[in-house]
Design a binder for this molecule. Structure first.
Ligand code: FAD
Length: 448
């Protein structure tokens, strides 16, 4: 695949607020309520977006596009520590050396040059919700906002002994992906690869199962005579179990469910001596734990420990969490924590039931931007927003899987609920090009 094939070409029609709303929900009636917005007397309306991933980049871009369309004088500042965003979507192809890692890098040039977003390459370390300012990494520089939009992604629940530079999760960030890719390139003949599937909810539900089967196929194709083990926190494969059990049978992958990791040994400086120690939980029909096995330990050459997820550190540091995630109103994505008004949280960090996915983060950003613009115009947020999710990835060196589902606001539960879902009938070579086209469209819409 060339850079140009995932280059940032965007159809102008997709950028229009009316186009999104029509495509997303057929909500023509609601469009009548869109109002032109008055300029602020004391300067442009200040939107600060934290995190340049799928949620943050989309929010920054669409606030400029739809804000201007609504007549709002808006200044959008995007704060992201990395010069380029490294997409986890399609990263399985980097691990199996079918795609150069650079192809998944997305800079913010178009957000700045085409859309007029201001980029601050920095990390937010503090949020003063009452004063409406964020603090940057030097501890003294502050940025003021009228609305703050956070899409900082995920963190991981710690595991005793886990050194991530030796035992990568490779589930977020370029460095992690490089570590796992290199470890697999150096994989010894007759070696052991262990992949740990996190407990739900986690980013990209089919992703860990896909990674295990692609790695097994990759090691087989490279004659590594490998032992491949999947340790799953779930009782059984949570997504398309027939498909993945079939692939694991074909590739001789050992699969164990109900696994709880007790600790890991991250090995010496050269990466020798790694191991993972776990117990198998015994659960009753309701899923309540009623017992556990004795500890078992697997010595492994490569361990891909996709740890249990939680929201990124910033959410905890700012007191925006309830448990592991940030509770939000799904009509606006505004925090529901007392005293945190005007702060909106998107993407994997927020706590609605929506599947944690890049396409979901992109859609949530648009719902959030639209809701803020409606509110500024004196209207209510749209009453039944829809978020769509698409996931597509290789499951072998040649075959691709996909899944899609739709989430809609339920005014009875006051939360999002899944209203439709579909899986590929089976993985196939024919899904390869549609996967690339889908990813291209999502990348272009988010970063282009
Ligand atoms: C292997 C794999 C395959 C996947 N496949 C799919 C797929 O097929 N379809 C799909 O839709 N999704 C897929 N996903 C999931 C998708 O990548 C995530 O759901 C998506 O990246 C979440 O977007 P986000 O904006 O919430 O967070 P992220 O994309 O993680 O972005 C967070 C950003 O915030 C920045 N940040 C964090 N803290 C701070 C701070 N304090 N200050 C400033 N910036 C900060 C980070 O540097 C980062 O750039 C896949 C994921 C994986 C791992």
């Amino acid at each position: 695949m060339s850079n140009s094939s995932i280059a940032l070409e965007v159809r102008q029609a997709m950028w229009s607020r009316r186009g999104f709303l029509k495509a997303g929900a057929g909500m023509l009636a609601g469009l009548a309520g869109l109002s032109a917005l008055p300029a602020r007397a004391d300067g442009p309306y200040r939107i600060v977006v934290v995190g340049g991933g799928f949620g943050g980049a989309t929010a920054a871009k669409y606030f400029k596009l739809w804000g201007q369309e609504s007549g709002l004088d808006v200044a959008v500042t995007l704060i992201e520590p990395n010069a380029k965003y490294s997409s986890p979507i399609l990263s399985g192809m980097v691990v199996t050396r079918q795609l150069e890692i650079d192809r998944l890098d997305f800079g913010f040039d178009r957000l700045q040059d085409v859309h007029g977003v201001t980029l601050l390459q920095d990390r937010v370390t503090g949020i003063d919700a009452a004063g409406k300012i964020v603090t940057l990494s030097d501890g003294s520089t502050t940025v003021a906002y009228d609305r703050l939009i956070l899409s900082p992604g995920i963190g991981f629940v710690d595991v005793d002994g886990w050194e991530k530079d030796k035992i990568p999760h490779a589930w977020s960030g370029r460095d992690q992906l490089q570590i796992l890719t290199q470890q697999l390139a150096d994989f010894p003949d007759g070696g052991t690869f262990v992949l740990k599937v996190p407990a739900a909810p986690y980013r990209c539900p089919p992703g860990p199962y896909e990674r295990a089967s692609t790695v097994a196929d990759y090691l087989r194709a490279n004659n590594k005579n490998a032992r491949v083990v999947v340790l799953d926190a779930q009782a059984d494969i949570a997504v398309e179990p027939d498909t993945f059990h079939g692939l694991y049978d074909d590739f001789g992958v050992e699969y164990y469910g109900n696994v709880q990791v007790e600790r890991v040994n991250s090995g010496d400086a050269e990466g020798r001596g790694k191991s993972i120690t776990y117990v198998t939980l015994e659960k009753d029909v309701d899923g309540t734990v009623i017992g556990q096995s004795a500890e078992q330990t697997i010595e492994a050459d490569v361990i891909n420990l996709i740890g249990d997820h939680k929201a990124a550190d910033l959410i905890f540091d700012a007191g925006l969490n309830d448990g592991n995630w940030a509770p939000v109103n799904p009509l606006t994505y505004e925090s529901t924590v007392a005293g945190k008004e005007y702060i909106h949280i998107l993407g994997d960090a927020q706590g609605t039931p929506i599947v944690k996915a890049g396409q979901a983060a992109n859609n949530e950003a648009k719902v959030c931007v639209d809701a803020i613009l409606r509110t500024l115009g004196g209207d209510s947020p749209y009453a039944t927003p829809i978020v769509t999710v698409g996931c597509s990835a290789p499951v072998t060196q040649t075959k691709v899987n996909w899944a899609g589902n739709v989430w809609r606001y339920n005014d009875g539960t006051l939360n999002m609920e899944k209203v439709a879902g579909k899986f590929a009938p089976e993985p196939s070579e024919a899904n390869w090009q549609p996967m690339l086209q889908w990813a291209h469209n999502l990348f272009a819409d988010s970063f282009g």
